[in-house]
Ligand binder design. Structure first.
Ligand code: URA
Length: 239
């Protein structure tokens, strides 16, 4: 089926549609050996040979959307120079080359989405989809009202003030406490940095919710396919 080149590029996960336009006008895309710079040019990803920077773009046939319980001690990158375990090692049976949507730190566990649908991933990562992400955070000691209030109203980090969040204490023990923090931003190590900024030392960090999706009773390393309806519903979560 004929599709616009920018759509083909974004579906292959090369770039967002907007970025794909820049790539095309820069003369980096060729169809059947001829460089195409005109936006709106159509091609058939199944029959035309489309390349970007000389590398062939493979059409994505079966789209898969996965919800994985990432265990702590796994990388969300596709390669690791230090040879640490990768989340994709857990998904060999899926039979599709999926990549993570966003990331979780090596030591963070919990709900991670993966897909081979680049357009869906780019779309979901766009700031207009302010998807709420809920984290359960185990911290050392007790949590004061003042600390909670600061997490909720916004914490000054090196890269600016965090947006208002939801935070509540879920369990208070002798030595540690669990708090739930819900944010919609996705800055690097954001929850750990927010906690540290208010004087809380994080012992364990687990993402339990992503928009309407929940980790529920899943165990580390388990995964399930999202239904098309669930995948669509996530994109409907808009600002
Ligand atoms: N916040 C963090 O600090 N780490 C994560 O992995 C996710 C959110």
């Amino acid at each position: 089926m004929l599709e616009r080149l920018q759509k083909i590029l974004s579906q292959a996960g090369i770039a967002s549609r907007r970025e794909a336009e820049t790539i095309i006008t820069a003369g980096r895309v060729a169809v059947n050996g001829t460089v195409v710079t005109e936006l709106g040019t159509k091609a058939d990803p199944d029959t035309d040979r489309i390349t970007c920077d000389g590398k062939p773009i493979k059409p994505v046939s079966r789209k898969v959307y996965i919800l994985l319980y990432k265990p702590a001690g796994y990388m969300t990158t596709l390669k690791d120079p230090e040879g640490r375990p990768l989340v994709t090692d857990l998904l060999k049976k899926v039979g599709a080359r999926v990549f993570p949507v966003g990331r979780l730190d090596y030591n963070t566990e919990g709900l991670l989405l993966l897909t081979n649908d680049g357009a869906w991933a780019n779309n979901l990562a766009h700031p207009r989809h302010e998807v709420d992400k809920e984290y359960m955070v185990k911290v050392q000691g007790a949590v004061s009202d003042e600390q909670l209030k600061r997490l909720v109203s916004g914490v000054e980090l090196e890269d600016g003030l965090t947006a208002p969040a939801a935070a509540r204490v879920v369990h208070e023990g002798d030595k540690t406490s669990w708090i739930s923090i819900t944010i919609h931003e996705g800055r690097f190590r954001q929850v750990r940095r927010m906690c540290s900024a208010v004087g809380l030392s994080v012992v364990r960090l687990k993402r339990v919710g992503y928009g309407p999706l929940e980790l529920g009773t899943m165990k580390p390393g388990e995964y399930r396919l999202l239904t098309p309806r669930e995948a669509e519903k996530l994109l409907a979560t808009k600002k």
